[in-house]
Design a protein around this ligand. Structure first.
Ligand SMILES: [Mg+2]
Length: 328
C-alpha cells in the first residue's frame, strides 16, 4: 500500500496509507454471508449494480484531454496517434504505452505532475448532461418501487483511465467502488503503472462485483457456485460507449446481465447500432443522463424488470425454505 502525503477530509495533510474505495465492501465482508443467513434467515440477493465505463460514457472525451495534455502543451489527437503508433511498433500494450508516454512527455516539458495534481485535474473533467444528479435519481427511483424490500443499489466505475483524475471529479463519492488504472508515484524516476485496466481486464472486475470479492488482495479465481454469488449478473447493467467495452458487454450478455451502449448527444449512433445488432447490448441511447431522457427511460425499464425478478426470486427462495422445513 502506498504511503503518500494526502489531504484528509478536514483538509490537513497527513502521512496516511492511500486506501481505495473498498472500505464499505470490505466492511461487509467481515460477516460471511452464509453464516449471517443461518443466524437470521433473510433473502440477501437484493443488490442491483450499475457499472459504468468513464471516457465516452460519463464524460465526452478521454479524461487526460481536459487538463493533463493541455498542461504539458501536447495536442490530444497527436498524442493518441503517437501512443498507438509506439504500441504497434513495440508490440506493447496500448494502455501501458499511454501511461508511460504521458509522463515521458511531461518530463520532456519539464513539468512534474504528482498525485495531488492529477486529483486536481479531475475537477476540470466535463461530464455529460445530468450525470451529477443521475445517481441520486436512480437511487430514489429504486427506493420508490422496491415494495419495502430494501433493495440496495450500487454504482461502480471500471475505467482504463486514471484513478487519481476520477477521484477529483464531483461524482467520485457516488461510486461504491472505483476500479481504474493507477500509478506508483514513488517507485521510479517517472511514475510507473501500478495497475493497468485493459479492455479484457475490465471483465475481471465484473466478476469481482458478481462474487463480492472487491478487495484486490483477494484472488478472484476461486470457484464460487452461481447460487452463492451475492450480485447475480441478472442484477447488473453495464454502461459503455464503444469497442473497448465489447469484452465487458459480452460477459454481461452471456451471463444473463444487461448492457446499454451510449453515444455522445448529437453524435453518430453507428457504433451503438453495431453493438446492438451483434447482441452486445440491450439498448442504445444518447449519453443524456437527465431524468426522462431516453437513457433514463431505458435504464428504468431494465430496473423495473430486475425489481420484479428480485421479488420472484425471493418468493421462490422462501418456498424452498418452507418445503425444506416441512417433514415428508
Ligand atoms: Mg469509453
Amino acid at each position: 500500500m502506498d504511503r503518500v502525503v494526502r489531504k484528509s477530509r478536514a483538509g490537513a495533510e497527513s502521512l496516511a496509507p492511500v486506501r481505495r474505495k473498498t472500505s464499505r465492501a470490505e466492511a461487509e465482508r467481515v460477516v460471511p454471508a452464509p453464516k449471517r443467513a443461518e443466524a437470521r434467515p433473510a433473502y440477501e440477493k437484493k443488490t442491483i449494480a450499475l457499472v459504468y465505463d468513464f471516457d465516452g460514457t460519463l464524460c465526452p472525451r478521454p479524461m487526460q484531454e481536459y487538463a493533463f495534455l493541455p498542461k504539458i502543451g501536447v495536442d490530444a489527437t497527436a498524442f493518441w496517434k503517437e501512443s498507438n503508433r509506439v504500441a504497434l511498433e513495440q508490440g506493447a500494450d496500448p494502455l501501458i504505452t499511454y501511461m508511460h508516454l504521458l509522463y515521458k512527455k511531461a518530463k520532456a516539458a519539464g513539468i512534474r505532475i504528482d498525485r495531488a495534481d492529477l486529483v486536481a485535474q479531475g475537477r476540470k473533467v466535463e461530464l455529460f448532461p445530468g450525470v451529477e444528479k443521475w445517481f441520486d435519481e436512480i437511487d430514489a427511483y429504486i427506493a420508490d418501487r422496491d415494495h419495502g424490500e430494501h433493495v440496495v443499489v450500487r454504482h461502480y466505475l471500471i475505467s482504463s483511465g486514471l484513478a487519481e483524475i476520477i477521484e477529483g471529479t464531483p461524482i467520485y463519492k457516488r461510486f461504491h467502488n472505483v476500479f481504474a488504472s493507477e500509478y506508483w508515484f514513488d517507485a521510479y524516476d517517472l511514475p510507473y503503472p501500478k495497475r493497468v485496466i485493459t479492455d479484457t481486464g475490465k471483465t475481471q472486475y465484473l466478476f469481482r462485483i458478481n462474487k463480492g470479492v472487491e478487495n484486490l488482495a483477494h484472488s478472484i479465481n476461486q470457484h464460487m457456485p452461481e447460487n452463492v454469488r451475492p450480485v447475480p449478473f441478472s442484477h447488473m447493467i453495464y454502461f459503455g460507449d464503444g469497442d473497448t467495452d465489447v469484452p465487458s458487454m459480452a460477459v454481461m450478455k452471456k451471463s444473463g446481465g444487461h448492457a446499454i451502449a451510449v453515444h455522445g448527444p448529437g453524435k453518430s449512433k453507428t457504433k451503438g447500432m453495431e453493438l446492438f445488432k451483434a447482441g452486445r447490448c440491450d439498448f442504445i441511447a444518447s449519453a443524456d443522463y437527465r431524468r426522462d431522457s431516453e437513457l433514463w427511460r431505458r435504464t428504468c425499464l431494465l430496473i423495473d424488470r430486475m425489481l420484479a425478478d428480485i421479488r420472484v426470486e425471493e418468493e421462490i427462495w422462501r418456498l424452498g425454505r418452507e418445503l425444506a422445513r416441512r417433514p415428508g
